[in-house]
Design a protein around this ligand. Structure first.
Ligand code: NAD
Length: 387
């Protein structure tokens, strides 16, 4: 079987995944072309893909190439709809980073185009390939905690100032909300572990720490208070906009409650100015509880006692083994290496991926419902899939 030939749109940042295809799986795949609006990103791409790799600034030229089997879309969120629709129209397979797009309606347009095209399409939900999440799902599916009834997720985004408030992530125009950009993974994991999609959402949220009265063109290097500013970026960091600039308008502290179609009650909290960076999950069934800290690669099972009146303190717990990872150094605890391999297995061997376009749409639909709730002060029904 010939090598799978891949092109990418967006050649730096998250395009690190394309390096897995090209290097780790170089025997079966090669990344031979890239489009980006930044010459520096294209130069970085050529440094690992080879000096003779094709590079350009117009994705239409990339999509005209008959030698490409698949396209990875690694551009910022606001371009996902345009790029995904163009790839699907070209008849090439699509790998699309999360979130699927910035609105439920845009996701429905992508879903409709995919169904017409019939090409392979995989959403970049790498947490579905995370060794902790996969092990938690396997334990739940094996009946370890009985029927799932509640899921609680605390998301401590201690690096919020670095990853979310120094560039395009901090503006509604670029992300709509961090309940799409950041939470789309966790809303999706809630759906995956809970066994159903969200149907009703309510949320509260504010911009409590970032944003402010600094000019929009202020960056860290010339800033007069950079020495004492907690949020100063290292000089080599590409994200340098001031986190306290006037145009920052996405909430940094939010609480979501959700009802899934099967009656599971879920809550998700996200705060961008915590001292640490960790996701803490609890999944509660009628026979026990599963708890995990994603970034610490720890997974525990707490069985309910045979008799509630014998309630032991502390409750007994069992540490569960994690699913295999290629290597924790592969990014996101090994999930990046696994999802890169999963995309190639899907294309070459027809192995169904752990993710789906429908899951991509529902994560955005729930995120948008939660955003509408917190910005408009009402409980919001999640629109069901219409295509
Ligand atoms: N699954 C994950 O764990 C994960 C992690 C990080 C980012 N992401 C997703 O990856 C995507 C990219 O994020 P990033 O942090 O790499 O962004 P980024 O700002 O670093 O941009 C990525 C690249 O896209 C290029 N680009 C911007 N606009 C373009 C356009 N119109 N056409 C072509 N190229 C363009 C930029 O020049 C840059 O090289 C986002 O949608 C984000 O949500 C996913």
């Amino acid at each position: 079987m010939k090598k799978t030939r891949i092109g990418i749109i967006g050649a730096s940042g998250r395009a690190i995944l394309a390096k897995h295809w090209h290097e780790t799986h170089g025997d079966i795949a090669e990344v031979v072309a890239a489009v980006d609006v930044s010459e520096k990103s294209l130069a970085d791409f050529r440094s690992w893909a080879g000096a003779d790799a094709w590079t350009g600034s117009d994705y239409r030229e990339l999509l005209k190439r008959p030698d490409l089997d698949a396209i990875g879309v690694f551009t910022p969120d606001r371009f996902h709809e345009e790029h995904a629709l163009a790839v699907l129209a070209s008849g090439k397979a699509l790998y699309l980073e999360k979130p699927m797009s910035l609105s439920t309606e845009a996701c429905d347009r992508i879903l409709a185009a995919w169904r017409t095209s019939g090409v392979p399409f995989m959403m970049g939900f790498n947490l579905r390939y995370h060794p902790v999440v996969m092990a938690a799902r396997a334990a739940i599916q094996a009946g370890k905690i009985g029927n799932v009834k509640a899921i609680w997720v605390h998301h401590f985004v201690g690096a919020g100032g670095d990853f979310y408030y120094h560039d395009w992530h901090a503006n509604r125009e670029g992300v709509h909300s961090l309940l799409l950009q950041k939470a789309s993974h966790d809303l999706d994991v809630i759906h995956w572990l809970g066994g159903a999609y969200g149907v009703r959402a309510a949320a509260f949220g504010d911009l409590d720490y970032f944003g402010g009265d600094k000019p929009d063109d202020l960056t860290c290097p010339p800033c007069s208070i950079r020495e004492t500013c907690r949020e100063e970026q290292a000089p080599e960091n590409p994200r340098q906009q001031c986190v306290f600039r006037q145009s920052v308008d996405v909430e940094d502290n939010q609480v979501v409650i959700l009802r899934l179609a099967n009656g599971v009650k879920a809550s998700y909290t996200q705060c961008h100015f915590t001292p640490e960076y960790v996701r803490h999950y609890n999944v509660i069934g009628d026979q026990g509880r599963i708890e995990f800290f994603l970034e610490r690669a720890q997974l525990w099972f707490y069985p309910r006692p045979a008799k509630t009146r014998d309630w032991p303190t502390p409750p007994p717990r069992e540490e569960l083994p994690l699913a295999p990872a290629s290597s924790a150094d592969d990014g996101h605890g090994g999930a990046d290496g696994q999802i890169a391999a999963g995309f190639l297995r899907y294309l070459r061997d027809g192995v169904p991926p752990n993710t789906s376009p429908e899951a991509g749409r529902m994560s955005v639909a729930v995120g948008c419902a939660a955003v509408a709730s917190l910005r408009e002060g009402r409980i919001v029904e999640v629109p069901p899939m219409s295509v």
